[in-house]
Design a protein around this ligand. Structure first.
Ligand SMILES: [Zn+2]
Length: 180
């Protein structure tokens, strides 16, 4: 993933936003992590935000003792159980959380600068987009809507119709400032 503006200032806003979420009593916790994984996760996320990236976050999550043995999901309305592979899950969680926090932090940074519009871009051109925001690539969108769309599809209440970037765990989109 190419995060175009992952500088000290953006990392500061990412951390500020992450800490604000953590301070909320009812906040998002990754369902695939077990109790000890959920205890460890906030500090691992903070380390990645402060001086790491997706790869360092994934590496820090590789501890097999952090993960539940299985997860439940629905296929055509039927509950199914799937084994959790810590390696695949660490990479997936690192990708979705780091992209989520970069997008939120970048939106906050632009808001603080008084900027109201930004551009959606695909941050990993090597990955063919399968997500719904592929149709938004290179489009201009509202910074406020991106900021407010944080986790909007799944937390606190699932809402598939909500506008959110990244739009799925496999999404490779984020935002950039508009170039004049
Ligand atoms: Zn996407």
């Amino acid at each position: 993933m190419h995060f175009e503006e992952l500088d000290t200032d953006t990392r500061r806003w990412m951390l500020d936003e992450f800490n604000a979420e953590q301070n909320q009593k009812h906040h998002f916790e990754p369902a695939e992590l077990n109790y000890s994984g959920r205890i460890a996760f906030p500090d691992l996320m903070r380390q990645a935000i402060e001086h790491g990236n997706i790869a360092s976050l994934a590496a820090s999550l590789l501890d097999a003792s952090y993960w539940n043995p299985t997860k439940m999901y629905y296929r055509q309305g039927k509950p199914m159980t799937q084994r959790i592979d810590p390696i695949t899950s660490a990479q997936g969680l690192a990708h979705s959380e780091f992209t989520t926090w970069y997008t939120r932090g970048m939106a906050r940074k632009l808001i603080e600068e008084g900027i109201t519009r930004c551009q959606v871009y695909r941050a990993d051109p090597a990955v063919p987009p399968k997500c719904e925001c592929a149709s938004l690539e290179e489009n201009t969108v509202s910074v406020d809507e991106v900021y407010g769309g944080h986790r909007a599809k799944y937390f606190p209440i699932p809402n598939q119709m909500a506008f959110s970037i990244p739009s799925s765990p496999f999404c490779h989109h984020t935002i950039r400032r508009l170039r004049l």
